[in-house]
Design a protein around this ligand. Structure first.
Ligand SMILES: C[S@@+](CC[C@H](N)C(=O)[O-])C[C@H]1O[C@@H](n2cnc3c(N)ncnc32)[C@H](O)[C@@H]1O
Length: 261
């Protein structure tokens, strides 16, 4: 298990840094600069201007990983991403008049969940890695404070647990969405820098096949699994249909037809 500590960059962030450290049980080191003198820390979570980010201390050039739904790629996709015509929207069955509830059982940095929430879906997000859940919660909280993203963030409910054992407690959802980590083929230099930090922290989700059964049991209409194009289907289960994209595909497992509007 990597050692993760948490600190602040500026005194204005002390209260938030302490609150997050206490909530998620990270060691609190005060000023983030103190991490330089600590050889035993692998990852540093730092609060800078109310924004939480994660750094890998032995590779400082990789930069920090953070969740930003207000600006950057998520904002661009919200404005210009193609709305209900996007592949992910087709995969979860968003049709005129039908807006499913979605349980995203492998939430990660919440990008897919944010797309679905921006299309009106109520999304339950489950993430098991505490540092990732903390980044996600901080991103949702900041999105709630922005006029353009507040109503979308209100559609997102984060839970911290393992979906394999505990997804049932969140009740039936129309769709269960799965996007576990898959062993990467690309040489590590080709993987985006921030994703390298994320991948080293999270690992490869080697138990991902175990997600399928509880997901299929819980979903009312379908389970959607995002996979790299070269990957086998989850748990060796043949999907009802697949939607292919440039690098990935959505495998769709239908339980019953989506209601017609
Ligand atoms: C590839 S990332 C998901 C990316 C996400 N779809 C996005 O758009 O940002 C996979 C995430 O699922 C989480 N995960 C894997 N298995 C899980 C489980 N059984 N319960 C909860 N979270 C899990 C991992 O910790 C990781 O953060």
């Amino acid at each position: 298990m990597p050692t993760i500590a948490l600190g602040y960059c500026d005194k204005v962030d002390v209260d938030l840094a302490k609150k997050i450290a206490q909530q998620w049980q990270f060691e609190y080191i005060g000023d983030a600069a103190a991490a330089k003198h600590r050889q035993d820390i692998d990852f540093l979570l730092q609060v800078d201007n109310q924004t939480l980010s994660l750094k890998k201390l032995d590779e400082p050039k990789l930069g920090g990983v953070l969740v930003d739904f207000v600006e950057g790629a998520s904002a661009h996709r919200r404005k210009f991403g193609g709305g209900r015509g996007q592949d992910i929207a087709k995969a979860v069955g968003l049709k005129h008049g039908f807006t499913p509830t979605v349980l995203d059982a492998t939430a990660g940095l919440g990008r897919d969940a944010f797309v679905l929430a921006s299309l009106g879906c109520q999304v339950t997000l489950i993430e098991r890695v505490p540092a990732v859940a903390a980044l996600l919660e901080n991103g949702i909280e900041r999105a709630l404070l922005n006029v353009e993203t507040a109503t979308i963030a209100q559609n997102m409910q984060l839970q911290h647990c393992s979906s394999i054992d505990e997804m049932q407690q969140y009740g039936e959802h129309d769709i269960v969405y799965l996007d576990p980590m898959y062993p990467h083929r690309e040489k590590s230099a080709a993987v985006k820098k921030e994703m390298r930090v994320f991948q080293t922290l999270v690992g490869e989700d080697l138990d991902a096949d175990k997600l399928f059964e509880p997901a299929f049991e819980l979903a009312k209409y379908r389970v959607v699994v995002k996979r790299p194009n070269y990957a086998e289907p989850i748990a060796g289960k043949k999907p009802s249909t697949s939607i292919k994209m440039k690098k990935n595909r959505f495998d769709v497992y239908v339980k019953q037809g989506i209601p017609k509007a």
